[in-house]
Each structure stands twice: as structure tokens, then as C-alpha cells.
Design a protein around this ligand. Structure first.
Ligand code: PLP
Length: 449
């Protein structure tokens, strides 16, 4: 057979082959000139044209906790493939690596979260959480509890359940009917506190939650899902009393709380699980991304013993994926967690955040920068038309143009999310790389007029 055209292709030819043969997640016709990444090392990646780029995004997708190109993870995968590449967790079987990972996650997870159902990614985990919440209530004699409460601008995935819980309407447009019985609450955006009527932000959100429960009927609601810190919705930290008060209302009404920690888990915001310090006390936690630093697809649904007992009772848990508990993914996850622990990357995320805070300090003086939010090793820079009105730069083209210029002119990758520029680098990123990222972004932002 003839050699693949990709083996000798130039960067431009590769981008052309990409356009011809690949369909991408969230692909858009007006953004179809891709940078093809071919190699990575630490917080650096290289494109097919040979450019060395600082990856301030964590693989473009909030992950890469341990950095790119870690030999230990390649070795863990290779060794497991040579030992046992796969055996099902269905029927009467399990595998040793999945058990080891479940044990490890039990040790790391917040108190009361004891068991894990392993999946292949975030959407699968959220899908499993929604099903488990409904199944839990059904088995306990409350089959009417089917409604799921979620939030506008929350991101939970792209399958039908997770995609309907996601608060970006374009994910639900033209592909209906979507999952029924999903209700959206307001996002928690303290920077935009005016939109809650001028009073206390948490008071307003709790009033909305109580009114929503009243309207739908507590006896019809299965669960609420939320990211401890909204990531894709713009990197917004909730007020300290938000989650404890939400938890109290939900508990009083028999509603489960699902913490979507796909982004916040495994060090990203400076803790193993962000739901714990925020007082969420969730019944279930969804994980993915940082679980393997993206070296291999894997996610999970963590739950209490009580929920696990109920969903697996009677005729059983009729739900599961071929790759649940995949031993190679589990081996990579274990090696990844070991690196995060040994290299103190969870606390390093806070140090990275401090570097960002100091190097991004001048950004807030720029006329088009409304807010600079740093949560652990995650940053959101919100672009506004004016600081007074806080009116968002409505067209994402502005933020996209900023990210394009930061890459083309400074060899740094940041990511646009609507009117927010996001950074979420590998936790191993160096101080100098953080400073260069901040300086590049400020330089480009300073040209916005
Ligand atoms: N939940 C959150 C908070 C996410 O940010 C994402 C993806 O970005 C998902 C779930 C979906 O995960 P996946 O893309 O692995 O299906």
C-alpha cells in the first residue's frame, strides 16, 4: 500500500487533509484553519510547522495536569497493554487495575463518597449521574422524581442527557427533542451582581431555587447538577455561602446534588476535589479530564455507598459501557495520580494562580477588561464594551481574535470562551511561562480599542 499522505505532508497540507477527512467537536465553518499539534513536553507543544508554543490551556481543554510528554505515563500504558489490555467489568468479571483505581479514588474523595462507576469521559459520567439519580428515587418508591435542575452556562457534556443539562442553547438547537424534564437556573456570576436585582447574590439565587422547586414540586425533582466553579461558563467562583445554602435547600426537599468536577477535580483549582472546600457535600461527583491528565480517555461517577447500594439493587444497574474500568486507562490514571501527589501539583495550582495574579495585575486597567478572575491554576479575563455597563463584548469574534493574535504573534495558546479569555495550563507550568503568557495577553488586549 502507498504511504499515508500525512507522513510527508507540510503543515499547510496537513490542515487541508484535516478539513477533508475529519469532523471536529463544535466545528464551525468560519474557524476551519487549524493548527496541527504534533508533540508536547511539560507546558510546551509544537505544531506541524515547527513552532514552539506555550500551552496555557491544558491541551486546549482544561487538563494536562502533569504536563505533556511524561514518560512515566507512556510506560504505565505500555506495561499494562503488554500484561492485560482489556477485560470486561460486565457479568462476573473485574480487573485488578480498576479495583486499585477505585480504592485510590475512595481515599482521595470527600468523606461519604465511597464508590466509583468508571466511564470513558465527562459526558458519559454526567449521563450516568442523571440516570443514577432517577433510578435511585424510582427504586426508593418515588418514580415521579425525574426532573434535573441545572444552570444556564453550565457545561456538562454533549450526549443527550449531559447535553440537555448543559446551559448553552446551541447544544440543544435543531437536535430535539432533547432530554425532557430539565430545568435551568441562573448562573452564579458575582461579577454581574446587578443582574440579580441589586441585593445579595446568594439570597437571589436561593430564592430562585426555592421558587423553582415550589413550581415543579419537590416530589418531582431527582437532582441538581452544578460545577463547583463554573468553567466553560467563564471561570466564576460562587460566593462562599452559595453551595452550603443550595445543599441545605436540596436536602430539605429530598433532592440529590451532583458536583460536576470534570474540570475542577485533581488539582485544577487547588484541591483534589473542589466540592469539599466549597461546602457542597454532594451525593455524586462526576470526574474525567485530570483523572488521567488527558493521556487516555477516562471518567467516572463517584457516589455514596447508599446510592450505590440502591442503584445496583433489585434487577440491577442496567447501565454501563464496554470500556468501563478499562485496565490501561486505570493504569494510566493511577500513574497520573501518583505524579500529582509526588510533585505536589495540587498545591502548586495555587502557586501558579499567584503567578497569574501578579503578572496579570496590569490587565484590569485596560478599558476593555471588565474582570480578571483567578481560581487556582485557572483564569478568566472578561472582555466588556465598557467597565461601567459591564456589557459583554457580544461577539465572540473579539475574544477569538485576541487568542489568534496571542498565538500568532507570541507563540502562546489561550482559549476564547464567548467574551472570556481562559487560561488553564498544565500545573507544571513554570513562573517564566506564566509571565510570558500574561505579558502576551496583555499586549494584545492593550490594542483593543
Ligand atoms: N463537565 C464539565 C464541567 C466539562 O467541562 C466537560 C467538558 O469540557 C464535560 C463535563 C464533558 O466531558 P467530555 O467532553 O469528556 O465528555
Amino acid at each position: 500500500s502507498s504511504a499515508l499522505p500525512t507522513q510527508s505532508a507540510s503543515a499547510t497540507e496537513l490542515a487541508g487533509l484535516d478539513r477533508k477527512f475529519l469532523v471536529h467537536p463544535h466545528q464551525r465553518m468560519d474557524r476551519n484553519d487549524r493548527v496541527v499539534i504534533v508533540r508536547g513536553d511539560g507546558a510546551l507543544v509544537w505544531d506541524a510547522a515547527g513552532n514552539e508554543l506555550i500551552d496555557a490551556t491544558g491541551g486546549g481543554n482544561w487538563l494536562s495536569q502533569v504536563g505533556h510528554g511524561r514518560r512515566e505515563l507512556a510506560d504505565a500504558a505500555a506495561e499494562q497493554i503488554a500484561t492485560l489490555e482489556y477485560y470486561t467489568g460486565f457479568f462476573d468479571y473485574s480487573n485488578d487495575k480498576a479495583i486499585e483505581l477505585a480504592y485510590r479514588l475512595n481515599q482521595l474523595s470527600p468523606e461519604g463518597i465511597d464508590r466509583v462507576f468508571l466511564t470513558s469521559g465527562g459526558s458519559d459520567s454526567v449521563e450516568s449521574a442523571i440516570k443514577s439519580a432517577r433510578l435511585y428515587h424510582n427504586r426508593r418508591g418515588e418514580p415521579d422524581r425525574t426532573w434535573i435542575l441545572a444552570r444556564h452556562f453550565g457545561y456538562h457534556g454533549a450526549s443527550y442527557g449531559s447535553g440537555t443539562a448543559t446551559g448553552f442553547e446551541m447544544m440543544q438547537t435543531y437536535v430535539g427533542p432533547n432530554l425532557p424534564n430539565v430545568e435551568k437556573l441562573s448562573p452564579v456570576w458575582p461579577y454581574h451582581h446587578e443582574m440579580y436585582g441589586g441585593g445579595d447574590v446568594t439570597d437571589a439565587l436561593i430564592a430562585e431555587l426555592e421558587a423553582t422547586i415550589e413550581r415543579i414540586g419537590a416530589g418531582n425533582i431527582a437532582a441538581m447538577i452544578g460545577e463547583p466553579v463554573m468553567a466553560g461558563g467563564g471561570v466564576h467562583e460562587p460566593p462562599a455561602d452559595y453551595w452550603p445554602r443550595v445543599r441545605e435547600v436540596l436536602s430539605r426537599n429530598g433532592i440529590l446534588l451532583i458536583a460536576d468536577e470534570v474540570v475542577t477535580g485533581f488539582g485544577r483549582t487547588g484541591s483534589w476535589f473542589d466540592s469539599a472546600p466549597r461546602g457542597m457535600q454532594p451525593d455524586m461527583i462526576t470526574i474525567a479530564k485530570g483523572l488521567t491528565s488527558g493521556y487516555i480517555p477516562m471518567g467516572g461517577l463517584l457516589m455514596s455507598d447508599a446510592i450505590a447500594e440502591v442503584v445496583t439493587s433489585n434487577e440491577g444497574f442496567f447501565h454501563g459501557y464496554t470500556y468501563a474500568g478499562h485496565p490501561v486507562a486505570a493504569a494510566v490514571a493511577l500513574a497520573n495520580l501518583e505524579i500529582i501527589e509526588k510533585e505536589n501539583l495540587v498545591s502548586r495550582a495555587l502557586t501558579v494562580g499567584e503567578w497569574f495574579k501578579s503578572s496579570l495585575a496590569p490587565a484590569i486597567d485596560l478599558p476593555q477588561v471588565g474582570d480578571v478572575r483567578v481560581v487556582g491554576a485557572t483564569v478568566g479575563i472578561e472582555l466588556v464594551v465598557s467597565k461601567e455597563t459591564k456589557q459583554p463584548m457580544g461577539i465572540p469574534i473579539v475574544a477569538e481574535g485576541v487568542a489568534d493574535a496571542v498565538r500568532r504573534e507570541h507563540n502562546v495558546i489561550v482559549r476564547p470562551y464567548g467574551n472570556v479569555i481562559v487560561m488553564s495550563p498544565p500545573l507544571v507550568i513554570g513562573e517564566d511561562q506564566v509571565r510570558r503568557t500574561a505579558e502576551a495577553t496583555i499586549e494584545v488586549l492593550s490594542r483593543l480599542g
